[in-house]
Write a protein that binds this ligand. Structure first.
Ligand code: L34
Length: 239
């Protein structure tokens, strides 16, 4: 369904997208061969390998095989390194979407206590880095963090990216905080929900993103932006 949403967004903005829905038994060699073909095709500007991959495939090796200039997820080590240095072409779509939301609602980050729950390479780690670039004071929490609720309660901006349904409760949120929910989980009834207990938290915070309809659509918007940037980069067009 996520891939479908991405295809629809491509259509809406006038990009041509190709989907390769490979069988689960696809070998590492076959997948790498496809990435290589797409790397060399001049009429392909962006490559995205939708994660997670089946267990027998090595996602690190597949990501490493993508031409960094076509890496519209910004997962390749070259792009990750550039982000660390603060001088980059692409940002990973989900954290970039969060930053774009903060900007468009004119929520200042500078000097704020920013707490990110989750340390994945896709969301938590880059999210912390982007907030740091905007001069936030950043704490990244994870499963071994002590006194998690207490740390979260310090946050002016709280980003939940743990993958546990309704993990963030009211006692983890400071009055007036900005709460960003990156989760895409299922509740006990199989209904889509986020990492934040929205009903419990919504009256305590100043801003909160819903699931669905929050970070997900922003992720896709940022993918479109990265793809346009990739096309310009490959064709020597400056912004
Ligand atoms: N390579 N793999 C790669 N890049 C990514 O950036 C992703 N991710 C995550 C999964 N694997 C990936 C996504 O795109 C999650 N993700 C993603 C993308 C879109 C949406 C959610 C997650 C989305 O469209 N969410 C909508 C609809 C949800 C629904 O109705 O089920 C929303 O409103 O949140």
């Amino acid at each position: 369904m996520y891939v479908n949403n991405k295809k629809k967004a491509c259509e809406a903005v006038g990009f041509i997208s190709e989907e390769y829905a490979l069988p689960a038994e696809t070998t590492q060699e076959e997948l790498l061969a496809l990435v290589d073909t797409l790397n060399t095709r001049e009429n392909i500007n962006g490559i995205l390998v939708q994660l997670p991959l089946p267990g027998h495939l090595d996602d690190k090796a597949v990501i490493a095989a993508i031409n960094p200039q076509k890496d519209v997820d910004a997962f390749h080590a070259v792009n990750v390194g550039k982000i660390m240095l603060g001088d980059y072409e692409f940002l990973p779509c989900t954290p970039a979407g969060v930053m774009e939301m903060l900007r468009s609602y004119q929520i200042p980050v500078e000097g704020k206590e920013c707490v990110v729950i989750g340390r994945s390479n896709i969301v938590g780690k880059p999210m912390g880095m982007l907030l740091l670039h905007e001069n936030g004071t950043v704490t990244i929490c994870h499963s071994r963090t002590k006194n998690l609720a207490e740390v979260c309660r310090r946050a002016d901006i709280l980003v939940a990216a743990v993958g546990i349904p309704k993990f963030v409760k009211a006692d983890m949120v400071k009055e007036g905080a900005v709460v960003i929910d990156v989760g895409m989980d299922r509740d006990e009834n199989g209904k889509l929900c986020g990492d934040v207990d929205f009903e419990a938290v919504k009256d305590k915070c100043s801003f909160i993103t819903p699931v669905p309809g929050g970070v997900g659509p922003m992720t896709i918007a940022m993918l479109m932006q990265n793809t346009l940037r990739a096309c310009k980069l490959q064709n020597g067009i400056n912004d």
